[in-house]
Every structure is written in structure tokens, then in C-alpha cells.
Design a protein around this ligand. Structure first.
Ligand SMILES: *[C@@H]1O[C@H](CO)[C@@H](O)[C@H](O)[C@H]1NC(C)=O
Ligand SMILES: *[C@@H]1O[C@H](CO)[C@@H](O)[C@H](O)[C@H]1NC(C)=O
Ligand SMILES: *[C@@H]1O[C@H](CO)[C@@H](O)[C@H](O)[C@H]1NC(C)=O
Ligand SMILES: *[C@@H]1O[C@H](CO)[C@@H](O)[C@H](O)[C@H]1NC(C)=O
Ligand SMILES: *[C@@H]1O[C@H](CO)[C@@H](O)[C@H](O)[C@H]1NC(C)=O
Ligand SMILES: [Ca+2]
Length: 526
């Protein structure tokens, strides 16, 4: 079922005017045709499409039922949280419902009965889709805002996390960071991660309920107050490194680290008034579609861009099959005001008939060969159509020719292999004694020491004699009185002369040569 998202927030400047159509049918001197533009979906209330997870297990109040009180009324602890009674339960979903006039509905944690062990909770919001913030994130707390918390975000569906903003009543004490305000940032540090004290203090702000991640104030650094100069913001989003990504995420995590205290100290005799209660989390943003879609729909439980410009994927992040003549590119806000669609092109369109499997944007005609060939093949490919792997790379059997991962580095061990090329299954050519696909192992009866060398001694054939011990297959450590490669030789034969240095050296050299010869012969047997 295709359920089109129709939540348009008309009050948002970013939802208006700009980049809202992907193509239009125009008539030119050559007749009517499509014209294409960079386009993006409207901003929406992202809390309607989120899945939430609250950690650790058992942090939600009411199981078993519990009494609590408030900072306003600290000795009247008659309020009750009971998970089994709908009217008294405070499950996580109440952070995302529609508030009726008057009474707030909220998720609530257990109280701080284990003080001084910290009362910690994580609230993780996941969209399974990259989204771009267009307005402040606003978290509404009932019964006081936390005195320490932080926001983290993920860009890869929760595999890796990054700090987003720190909040504390004393930033230096809680996080070792100086307190800053977004309003004091400038164009050179607009995507700085800050710690703010604005939303965590109790004194003078008892009635304040909201904690913000100030997206508008950051936009305003470029677009000015009231966000009048959006063109400047769009220009900067294209050019300033990391700025677009700052407003992008797939997941958001709120780490609650210390609840509201209602004063300077925690009152141990009344821990029923310390807990977290969140009534709403407002996240306003749009699907990230790389400027290749102006619609985003909710299908099978996930947001999905309705890709144009012959792109495909959840974020329109690649070219459709048969439209991979040049490599995929995101659309661009520039040049103003319509941007560039950077559409994917079919073979046989803009580039003549030269297919490059998406590894090159350029073809060139070579006169004396009378061929058209791809120029500067990327992704470690080479060849007229970028259809081969560069030397030192081999073909990824599970990737199609137009996949970015089509060529895998051979990674041959520099010492163990003859050269850095490998065969079609990634096997390198090994030097004598070396083995393994990458030649970083030794054959049996060889040892590794910057290359593979035949064992001098071992536990099978080349056994150290006379009680000698084999050191890492490299040499025998002989007991006093014995010598030789395998300690096979007594230093002092019954003939006393042999103990004298000159002749003994001569003798042992001879024996060494003989035993080396034996070793060589044995080696030939393998
Ligand atoms: C919250 O998430 C962080 C990782 O971001 C983790 O280290 C921490 O243990 C979690 N806390 C709880 C209470 O689950
Ligand atoms: C996430 O989205 C992808 C693409 O729409 C979908 O295939 C996948 O099942 C979704 N995963 C979850 C956990 O919803
Ligand atoms: C995408 O491909 C279709 C043909 O399937 C073509 O009509 C259309 O113009 C292409 N769009 C773009 C933006 O190249
Ligand atoms: C081979 O290609 C597949 C498909 O793109 C990719 O998932 C995989 O990681 C690639 N393998 C290597 C070793 O790069
Ligand atoms: C690559 O070399 C390995 C080891 O020599 C061999 O087993 C494999 O069959 C070779 N693959 C191809 C495609 O030649
Ligand atoms: Ca609510």
C-alpha cells in the first residue's frame, strides 16, 4: 500500500518556494520536452514516522506500581504510576502522541530510589531513513528538565554514534566543556558541537519545559534573522564541508544523565521527586533524497523517497539500472535559484555510445584507433569501458559491473608474494615456502621471519639432539658441551686435542657443512 505523506508544515520557511518541483514540461524552439530541476520533499513532523526504544529495560515507571511527588509539592507523594492501569501508565509512545488541550501525556521513568547510583536512561529514535532537520528539535519535559543530558545521532542506522549537543547546569563540571550558545557561533564554526547551560538550570526557569537543539539559530548564521536570506544558506550547504551532514541523521539518542534536582542538593530522604518525564519530542525535517525527489512516502513501515531523475534507492543514492552511463551524483542547490538535477543518464544519451558502467563521467575519442574510450575510470577499474580491474585488484564476484565495489584490492603480502597482482579469486603468487591466498603464511616445515625459511629444527625430522631445544624452528639451543646445528656434536671428544680451539673450529665447520648437506638432501625429499 502506498500511503503518501501529506503533512506539510506551511509555517516553515524551508518548506516554501524553493526546490519543490523535479521537472516541468516546457516548450522550446525544438518542440516540447521535460526540463529537470534539483528538488526536495516538504518538511514533515518526523515524530509520526519514528520507532522508539527506551533503555535500560525496566526504566519506565509502573512495574511494580510506584508513588512519586513533584518539586512543587515535595511532601505530597500521592501521585501514582501503574503500568497495568491505562490512566496511570506512562509508556514511551506518549512522547509522540497528539497532546489534547490542557492535560499533557508523558513517558515517565522510575524514581531515583537507588541514589547515589546515577539515574540513567537512553531514549533512541530511529527512522530507518536519513532525514534532514529543517527546524529545532524540541523535547518537552514535565516536572523539570534534566540537569545533565546529551544528544547523540547516527548517520548509519545506529551502527556508529556521534555527540550532537551537551546540556548541563554546569558544563565544565559535567563534561569538561565551556558553556556556549549557538547564537555566539559564526560562519566558520557553525557546525560545532557545543555544551549549553541554557536549558538545564532550575533557578529562574522553573516553568520552562523545553530543551532545544537549535537548528534555526544555526541556519540564521547564514540566512540572517528570520531566515530571510535562504539563498546564502543553500550556497553554504553546498560548499561548507560537513555542514549538510550536521543536520542529517538516521537516528537520534537522548541520554538522560541526571534528573531535575529542584535545588542545589539531592534530598536523600525524599527520592520520590526525582525522575524523568517527557511529554513530547518534536523533530521537524524532511527525507534526505539527495535533491532527486520531491515526495517521500511511508511504505512498509519506512520512509522512502519517490526518486526522479532516473535515480533509485531509499535516498535516491544511485542510478537506476540502464542509467549508469556516468557515475551517480547528488543534485545541487546551485546555481540559484533552480539548482542542478545531475540526473542519471542512459547509455546512448549524452555520451554517444560509450558505456562506462558508472565509473567515469567522461569519454574521449582516440583518433588513430578510431575508438571512444572512458577517461579516468574510478573505483579501481580500467579499460575502454572501465570493465576491467586495475592491476593489484580483482573482480568482486558478487558485485555487478556497475557496482562501486566491483574491484577488490589483492592485498598480497609484500614479503611473501612475488608481485602485487592476484588471480580472479584473489589468490596471490607466493615466493618459495610461502602460502595462503595473500602469501602471509608459510608451508609446513617453514617458519616466518620476514619471509618463509625452511625449518632448521622441528619436532619431527630435524630433532635437536643431546637434550637441545628447538627455538622457533630457527635453531637448536644446545646444552653445555654440545654444539652443531642439531647439537649433534660434543665439544670435547675423548680425544682431548679436539677441545683446542683451532682444530675444533675446523672440525665443527666441516661437521656443519655435512649436516647442512644432509638438511638440503632431506629438504629435496619433500
Ligand atoms: C546509553 O547509550 C550509550 C551509548 O551511546 C551506552 O554507552 C549507555 O550504556 C546507554 N545507557 C543506558 C542506561 O542504557
Ligand atoms: C529499513 O528500510 C529498508 C528499505 O526501505 C527496508 O528494506 C528494511 O526492512 C527496513 N528495516 C526496518 C528494521 O524497518
Ligand atoms: C529518465 O528516463 C526516462 C526513460 O525511461 C526518460 O524519459 C526521462 O527523460 C529520464 N529522466 C531524466 C531526468 O533523465
Ligand atoms: C563485493 O560486492 C558486494 C556488493 O556490492 C559488497 O557488498 C561486498 O562488500 C563486496 N566485497 C568486498 C570484499 O568488497
Ligand atoms: C587462483 O589461484 C588459486 C590458488 O592457486 C586456485 O585454487 C584458484 O583456482 C585460482 N583461480 C582461478 C580463477 O584461476
Ligand atoms: Ca504526549
Amino acid at each position: 500500500m502506498l500511503h503518501l505523506v501529506a503533512f506539510l508544515l506551511h509555517c516553515l520557511p524551508l518548506a516554501m518556494g524553493h526546490y519543490d518541483i523535479c521537472k516541468s514540461w516546457v516548450t522550446t524552439d525544438d518542440g516540447p520536452s521535460w526540463e529537470f530541476y534539483a528538488c526536495q520533499p516538504k518538511a514533515m513532523r518526523m515524530k509520526d514516522y519514528v520507532t522508539v526504544r527506551v533503555d535500560p529495560p525496566g526504566i519506565t515507571c509502573g512495574d511494580p506500581p510506584e508513588r512519586f511527588c513533584t518539586h512543587e509539592n515535595p511532601y505530597l507523594c500521592s501521585d501514582e504510576c501503574d503500568a497495568s492501569t491505562p490512566d496511570l501508565a506512562h509508556p514511551p509512545k506518549l512522547m509522540f502522541d497528539k497532546e489534547d488541550e490542557g492535560l499533557a501525556t508523558y513517558w515517565q521513568s522510575v524514581t531515583w530510589s537507588r541514589y547515589p547510583e546515577p539515574l540513567l536512561a537512553n531514549i533512541t529514535l530511529s527512522w530507518n531513513k536519513s532525514i534532514e532537520l529543517t527546524d529545532d528539535i524540541v523535547v518537552t519535559f514535565e516536572y523539570g528538565r534534566p540537569t545533565i543530558m546529551m544528544l547523540e545521532k547516527s548517520l548509519d542506522n545506529g551502527r556508529t554514534w556521534h555527540p550532537y549537543q551537551y546540556y548541563a547546569d554546569d558544563c565544565m563540571e559535567a563534561f569538561g566543556m565551556p558553556a556556549r550558545r549557538v547564537r555566539d557561533l559564526s560562519t566558520t564554526n557553525a557546525n560545532r558541537i557545543i555544551c549549553t547551560e541554557e536549558y538545564s538550570r532550575w533557578a529562574g526557569s522553573k516553568k520552562e519545559k523545553n530543551v532545544r537543539l537549535e537548528v534555526r539559530d544555526r541556519f540564521a548564521i547564514f540566512a540572517g534573522q528570520d531566515l530571510r536570506n535562504m539563498d546564502n544558506l543553500y550556497t553554504r550547504l553546498e560548499s561548507a564541508k560537513g555542514l549538510k551532514d550536521f543536520f542529517t541523521m538516521t537516528d537520534l539518542r537522548m541520554r538522560l544523565l541526571r534528573p531535575a534536582l529542584g535545588g542545589t542538593y539531592v534530598q536523600r530522604e525524599n527520592l520520590y521527586k526525582y525522575f524523568y518525564a517527557v511529554s513530547n519530542i518534536e523533530v521537524t525535517g524532511r527525507c534526505k533524497c539527495n535533491l532527486h525527489a520531491n515526495l517521500c512516502s511511508f511504505k512498509e513501515g519506512s520512509l522512502q523517497c519517490e526518486c526522479e531523475h532516473n535515480t533509485t534507492g531509499q535516498d535516491c543514492g544511485k542510478c537506476k539500472k540502464n542509467f549508469r552511463t556516468r557515475s551517480w551524483r547528488a543534485g545541487s542547490y546551485l546555481p540559484l535559484p533552480n539548482g542542478s538535477p545531475n540526473a542519471c543518464a542512459a547509455a546512448g544519451s549524452a555520451f554517444g555510445n560509450c558505456e562506462c558502467y558508472g565509473h567515469s563521467n567522461r569519454c574521449s575519442y582516440i583518433d588513430f584507433l578510431n575508438v571512444v574510450t572512458c577517461v579516468s575510470c574510478k573505483h579501481n577499474t580500467r579499460g575502454q569501458h572501465c570493465q576491467h580491474c586495475r592491476l593489484g585488484f580483482y573482480r568482486n564476484g558478487s558485485a555487478e559491473l556497475d557496482d562501486e565495489n566491483v574491484c577488490i584490492e589483492c592485498n598480497c603480502n609484500q614479503i611473501g608474494s612475488l608481485h602485487d597482482r592476484c588471480n580472479e579469486t584473489g589468490y596471490c603468487e607466493c615466493r618459495e615456502g610461502a602460502s595462503g591466498p595473500k602469501c602471509d603464511d608459510c608451508l609446513p616445515n617453514y617458519y616466518w621471519r620476514q619471509g618463509c625459511f625452511p625449518n632448521v629444527c622441528d619436532e619431527e625430522l630435524l630433532i635437536c639432539q643431546n637434550g637441545g631445544t628447538c627455538y622457533q624452528n630457527q635453531r637448536c639451543i644446545c646444552p653445555a658441551g654440545y654444539k652443531g646445528v642439531l647439537c649433534e656434536q660434543s665439544k670435547c671428544d675423548s680425544d682431548n686435542k679436539a677441545c683446542n680451539s683451532a682444530s675444533s673450529t675446523y672440525l665443527s665447520l666441516t661437521l656443519f657443512l655435512i649436516s647442512a648437506l644432509i638438511l638440503q638432501l632431506r629438504h629435496l625429499d619433500f
